[in-house]
Ligand binder design. Structure first.
Ligand SMILES: C[S@@+](CC[C@H](N)C(=O)[O-])C[C@H]1O[C@@H](n2cnc3c(N)ncnc32)[C@H](O)[C@@H]1O
Length: 249
């Protein structure tokens, strides 16, 4: 039976790989790389992990990603079409490259359960061809864990909930509950009423370029915006995430 391993590779530090992920990578016959126009530095990190932890007899199949229609009015429908197209391309690659009883590997930044479409796409493949392969998911260190570790904080207040959201949803979602924001290219924190709000921000977490800023939102929002723009210019890309919360008393 063919197997497909979906492996979380952590948020940027090569040492984020768990022992389970290292073993899984060593058992992969074919790595399927979804070429999402990934930043060169991230692609290089992924390639180094494969070179270090792959079996040496593994192969790499690059699956060129589908174009996403970013102008479409209906966001959900556009994303569904994009995922279906991506599933077609991955299905073709698996049929062409993965022999019977072979092991395929899909590497996912951070962990596959957090703002990543890989597991939905794998589900689509299995819905089209039930039993086509067995699936195993290997968890990884998320950017959220890397953020909390870098700032030495728990995410939530004692016994209180925590909210995870995206930059595009923050304005609707922020209600004073401790909130972690990912996928924010617009610095949505600048639109939050800053009184009694603390921000713990991190970029390039787990990498040698890691940046951290923490403080009252009213005092550090401008500094984060400036540092973010300069870093993005310097590197040509940025990945950042942050926690908004009421300051602990
Ligand atoms: C598509 S989501 C993937 C999240 C990933 N699955 C995870 O477990 O962290 C990409 C977002 O994750 C966050 N992110 C991922 N890696 C990061 C890093 N090393 N430093 C800061 N933020 C990161 C950013 O908010 C980025 O926009």
């Amino acid at each position: 039976m063919r197997r497909l391993l979906v492996i979380g590779i952590g948020a940027g530090d090569p040492d984020h790989l768990t022992l389970q992920a290292v073993a899984a990578m060593g058992s992969v016959d074919v790595f399927f790389l979804l070429d999402k126009g990934t930043a060169p530095a991230l692609a290089a990190h992924r390639d180094r992990l494969i070179a270090t932890h792959g079996s040496g007899s593994h192969r790499v199949a690059v699956v060129v990603d589908a174009e996403r229609d970013r102008d479409a009015d209906a966001y959900q429908a556009a994303v569904q079409r994009w995922h279906a197209d991506r599933a077609d391309r991955l299905a073709d690659a698996i049929d062409a490259e993965l022999g019977p009883d072979a092991v395929g590997g899909l590497l996912v930044w951070g962990d596959p359960m957090l703002y990543d479409s890989t597991l939905r796409i794998v589900d689509q493949l299995l819905a089209r061809s039930p039993g086509a392969f067995e699936v195993e998911v290997v968890p990884g260190i998320t950017s959220v864990q890397a953020l909390a570790a870098a700032h030495h904080v728990p995410l939530h207040d004692v016994g209180a909930p925590v909210h995870l959201t995206t930059g595009r949803r923050l304005a609707d979602d922020w209600d004073g509950t401790s909130t972690v924001v990912l996928l924010d290219g617009q610095q949505a924190f600048t639109a939050v009423e800053p009184t009694d709000v603390e921000i713990l921000w991190g970029a390039y977490l787990g990498t040698p370029d890691q940046l951290l800023v923490r403080g009252p939102l009213a005092e550090v929002a401008d500094r984060i915006t400036t540092e973010r723009a300069a870093a993005r210019q310097r590197h040509g890309w940025i990945m950042d995430t942050y926690l908004l919360r009421r300051p602990p008393r």
